[in-house]
Design a protein around this ligand. Structure first.
Ligand SMILES: NC(=O)c1ccc[n+]([C@@H]2O[C@H](COP(=O)([O-])OP(=O)(O)OC[C@H]3O[C@@H](n4cnc5c(N)ncnc54)[C@H](OP(=O)(O)O)[C@@H]3O)[C@@H](O)[C@H]2O)c1
Length: 346
């Protein structure tokens, strides 16, 4: 049977309550059930993302909300275990939107065949070579237009996207990079990765630290939004860019934070620009080439926070953990170890 987790009730504002999801068992499709071009994938890893909180909300966004009784949406990587498609062989490693379940079944064109470069693995397609890496790359280069000598501030800097943005910025000549995170140990990691200064936003004097260590910035790569963004608006150099990647501090809130300092954008001729990584799909090869090179040259160190708690059962608690900051680096759920010898024939 395929264990899957579906949306049972739409949560209101606040932390995701216990009755939001429910578990179901469904038969795993067998090869003879497949239509031409279809595959069955056994999921190895699932990505957990702050954006999932937004997908539970019935509101206009860049992607439709998850429907009630639908499997919770999630990116994943896995192995093909049954195929009626000439382009996919049993054992192939693939990526796709597999959802919170053990087995995914559908057209192979909704999966991407993985060819990890030297030194990388399939899991890295949920991290540096996946949405996190690509978000970081296009956000800092295409939206932020980073250039040598910039002062760059990154909020949520020890998270999945933030760790990569930080290291891309550090690798630019003469850039001053300040990382903001929620604990002393995360700040130490950021220092070890080459940040010139760090700020623990849970310190009582974090506002003073921001002013003293940053001075004024050219790029603020924002993963957090809210109060921190409001302070950042007062610390722009002329023509500074604020890259609006995410606003995790506000995702659980009913009423969004009201920015008080937005008029500074006028005086400093600043830009505040949002973006969605999926809009860059046609350029993913460019981003992956850049990130693979960084990995191979040892300029991109990466961390995973692995939830290994009875497969898909770990998804719900893992998702909550993103909002309390339990993770350093990419939060993923381990569903299966990928050992094909232990897979029964479908
Ligand atoms: N625009 C796009 O296309 C795109 C694509 C991917 C992700 N994103 C966005 O990028 C951001 C980072 O995503 P990610 O996957 O890399 O997640 P992540 O940073 O790995 O995990 C979330 C982190 O946010 C921090 N956090 C949680 N609540 C917070 C709060 N109230 N105030 C400040 N920090 C808080 C926590 O770290 P601390 O311990 O430091 O608090 C936590 O570890 C999210 O906002 C996400 O929605 C955007």
């Amino acid at each position: 049977m395929n264990t899957r987790i579906v949306l049972a009730n739409r949560p209101a504002e606040g932390p995701i309550p216990a009755n939001t999801f429910k578990q179901e068992q469904r038969p795993i499709p067998r090869k003879e059930d497949l239509k031409d071009g279809e595959v069955v994938v056994k999921v190895m890893w699932l990505s957990l993302d702050p954006a999932m909180r937004g997908w539970l909300r019935d509101a206009r966004s860049y992607i439709p909300p998850v429907k009630i009784n639908e499997v919770m949406r999630a990116a994943g990587v896995g192995k093909v275990v049954a195929s009626k498609c000439p382009n996919r062989q049993v054992g192939d490693e693939v990526e796709g939107t597999f959802g919170w379940q053990e087995y995914w079944h559908g057209p192979s064109k909704h999966t991407e065949l993985l060819h990890p470069p030297r030194g990388a693995s399939a899991l890295d397609y949920l991290g540096p070579l996946g949405s996190s890496g690509l978000t970081a790359y296009f956000g800092i280069t295409d939206v932020g237009k980073i250039k040598d000598g910039d002062t760059v501030v990154v909020s949520g800097a020890a998270g999945s996207v933030g760790l990569i943005v930080t290291q891309i910025a550090v690798s630019h000549p003469n850039c001053k990079v300040v990382g903001i995170a929620g604990s002393a140990s995360k700040c130490k990691t950021l220092k070890d990765l080459g940040c010139h200064a760090t700020i623990n936003y849970k310190d009582g004097d974090w506002r003073k630290q921001f002013k003293d260590t940053v001075g004024f910035f050219d790029i603020y790569f924002d993963n957090v939004g809210g109060e921190m963004l409001d302070l950042a608006l007062t610390r722009m150099n002329p023509h500074a860019k604020i890259v609006m990647c995410g606003a995790i501090s506000d995702y659980n809130a009913g009423k969004p934070y009201r920015l008080g300092n937005y008029q500074a954008l006028i005086a400093q001729k600043g830009t505040l620009q949002g973006f969605i990584v999926m809009d860059y799909t046609k350029r993913y090869h460019e981003g992956r080439a850049y990130l693979s090179k960084m990995l191979q040259e040892g300029k991109l160190k990466y961390k995973y926070h692995i939830v290994d708690n009875n497969g898909v059962n770990g998804c719900e608690e893992g998702l909550r953990g993103l909002f309390t900051g339990v993770n350093e680096g990419k939060m993923v759920v381990k569903v299966w170890d990928g050992n094909m010898e232990r897979v029964s024939k479908l």
